[in-house]
Design a binder for this molecule. Structure first.
Ligand SMILES: O=C(O)CCC(=O)C(=O)O
Ligand SMILES: [Fe+2]
Length: 247
């Protein structure tokens, strides 16, 4: 866990009451200032791949493959993504698979320290207290980077066999413009937006599963980088490789 730790706070009961009432909350200054800067630095230097879905199938393109891909193939790929978005659920963003990397490489994996922090006793205690769910055992994780043209359409995180109680998003985005898209939108049953969280720095978004939400398309003129570490708080047993990191 090392350099990553939670910020000091005195609003735990207010956060829990808010979560219980609304089912989605934002927690400012989740990490101490030094830890937040360290996490952001680690994110900047990750080998970012690209991921998108084609119906139920998820495609993950490694940084190398992305670099080698001819422009015409990239154009065709993007056209297929847009056709998918016109039909239904679709996403496209840069990513780094923190869970897979930690499973394969253990402590040597990029972001292993932050992954271990998310699965440390203090953070798990924090999310158990705020969500009121004592059964949370661990959290999976991926790092994401939304750039112009990236998006994640309407969904509620429930379409998985994994036992997910809540979703979390650590935001590490600085100075995001209010016209740049990329907001985390929450919807009611009429598909009106009930809340839209602007990408921010050192803020944790926490929301119950299922809750309808989406990440709006990042505008072509957006200048920032929407960095996050995101995943789900789970009640199944952590994989053996992850249990080792949690010690
Ligand atoms: O990046 C975000 O704000 C939300 C991510 C999300 O909803 C997901 O990965 O399912
Ligand atoms: Fe989601």
């Amino acid at each position: 866990m090392g350099e990553f730790k939670l910020g000091e706070r005195s609003d735990m009961s207010a956060l829990a009451a808010d979560f219980s009432a609304k089912r989605y909350i934002q927690v400012p200054e989740i990490l101490d200032a030094h830890a937040a800067k360290a996490a952001q630095k680690a994110l900047w230097s990750l080998p970012w791949g690209l991921c998108f879905n084609e119906g139920e199938a998820v495609h993950q393109i490694s940084p190398d493959a992305l670099q080698r891909m001819p422009p015409e193939t990239q154009r065709q790929m993007l056209a297929r993504v847009h056709q998918g978005a016109a039909r239904g659920f679709q996403f496209l963003y840069n990513f780094f698979p923190m869970l897979e990397a930690a499973t394969r490489l253990g402590k040597e994996a990029p972001m292993a320290g932050f992954f271990a922090f998310i699965n440390s006793a203090p953070f798990l205690k924090f999310v158990r207290n705020v969500t009121g769910n004592d059964d949370i055992q661990w959290a999976d994780a991926q790092a994401t980077l939304f750039q112009p043209g990236h998006f994640l359409t309407w969904h509620d995180d429930s379409k998985s066999k994994d036992r997910r109680v809540a979703a979390y998003v650590f935001g590490f985005t600085e100075d995001w413009g209010s016209d740049w898209g990329g907001y985390l939108n929450f919807f009611d049953e009429r598909r009106d937006v009930t809340a839209a969280f602007r990408p921010k720095f050192n803020v944790l978004s926490l929301f119950a599963v299922p809750t309808p939400h989406a990440v709006g398309v990042v505008a072509p003129f957006a200048k920032g980088q929407r960095f996050s570490v995101t995943g789900w708080l789970r009640t199944d047993d952590p994989p053996a490789e992850i249990r080792v990191l949690m010690k």
